[in-house]
Design a protein around this ligand. Structure first.
Ligand code: HEM
Length: 334
């Protein structure tokens, strides 16, 4: 199979991992002319870049994406801060929201269950949960680069409704963090569930035998978040190279997962491998606040799906949803 054209095209390529392994070995940190981005592709460079306190997660001068700046969606985005969520109560959260799902098919479980469960965890009443999920969907669409004016408007209305619903005397930043938890949970966890179903189907592993190691290996082997970005505010020496102010570094989490120096035999799916290094949830300061929680949510969702869901997923798989960083499988309707 041909290599993808570049690391962004890799996100939705049928099998980007041979390319990632090549990049990781041959070009661990290099400037990609066609993308105009620096690319970090090995476990070492990804780890270094994510740990570098000089680099920021948004470009200097544009802390809030221009399209949503000054709107309710922008205020929520601007106030997002580090959250700390435990993996407790996952079973109970899902038990309570399972009856509220519009169906028990793959798509409903991927796209509704994580947000329903987290909304429940945040104390939203059952009758409001489906509305919360709809608002989260609108808000995520408004956050996406290239969102249309009407999407930004709809997202802002959704942000206001979510605030109104969640605001019960807690400070605005706490409300924004609640909304942040819901939006973060939405797409990446949908991808985690979908990719886990495909991995089980591909390796002919029964859902009933699935445990946390298997979820971890899915996240390493075919991660739902393939890359993230860091911005260079002042010219800096990074991995021995001078990187000019204003540059952006594309941090290939998925390539680091497949770097043989981090995980031996990275091309193999090895649920029992120890130690395993997973970059899918980032690392250092901005590491995902809910890595284990989202793995636990995925496992619990899988256990509740029809035992044949993996076969159904294989048969209905239609490739990956268009995206510059998320690898989320598309399944034909149940
Ligand atoms: C329950 C669902 C989830 C919640 C509530 C959640 C929450 C968060 C939060 C609050 C952050 C920001 C941390 C910070 O900036 O300090 C974050 C970062 C991140 N999350 Fe999650 N997350 C969830 C699921 C996932 C999943 C399923 C993935 C991957 C498959 C993922 C990958 C990441 C990554 C890569 C980052 C770091 C991005 C960077 O360093 O630029 N998250 N998450």
């Amino acid at each position: 199979m041909e290599f993808p054209a570049d690391p962004i095209a890799a996100v939705t390529h049928p099998d980007p991992y041979p390319y990632y392994r090549w990049l990781s070995a041959e070009k661990p940190f290099a400037f990609d002319q066609s993308l105009g981005l620096w690319v970090a592709a090995s476990a070492e460079t990804v780890g270094e870049v994510l740990a570098d306190v000089r680099l920021s997660v948004r470009p200097a001068g544009e802390p809030i994406p221009q399209a949503i700046s000054g709107t309710a969606a922008g205020r929520v985005f601007g106030e997002l801060a580090r959250m700390n969520e435990g993996a407790r109560h996952v079973t109970r959260m899902i038990e309570e929201v399972w009856p509220l799902l519009p169906s028990k098919g793959i798509n409903a479980v991927m796209w509704c269950m994580p947000v329903f469960a987290l909304a429940r965890g945040l104390g939203v009443e059952s009758r409001d949960i489906p509305m919360v999920a709809t608002c989260v969907k609108s808000l995520v669409a408004a956050f996406a680069p290239g969102a249309s004016t009407s999407q930004v408007e709809a997202g802002s209305e959704a942000a206001d409704r979510l605030r109104a619903l969640l605001e019960t005397g807690i400070p605005p930043a706490a409300v924004a963090n609640c909304v942040g938890i819901l939006t973060q949970a939405f797409e990446a966890t949908a991808g985690l569930i979908g990719n886990a179903l495909l991995a089980l189907g591909h390796h002919r592993i029964g859902i009933e035998t699935a445990g946390m190691e298997l979820m971890e290996e899915t996240a390493r082997w075919n991660g739902a978040v393939q890359n993230t970005r860091r911005y260079v505010n002042e010219t800096s020496l990074i991995m021995g190279q001078e990187v000019p102010a204003g540059s952006c570094i594309l941090v290939l989490l998925a390539a680091a997962n497949h770097d043989a120096r981090a995980n031996s035999n990275p091309e193999l799916f090895l649920p029992d491998q120890k130690p395993r290094r997973i970059f899918t949830f980032g690392s250092a300061r901005h590491e995902c606040a809910a890595g284990r929680l989202s793995l636990a949510l995925t496992l619990e969702a899988l256990r509740r799906l029809d035992p044949h869901a993996t076969n159904a997923a294989m048969a209905r798989f239609r490739g990956y949803r268009q995206s510059a960083n998320l690898r989320i499988p598309v399944f034909a309707e149940d």
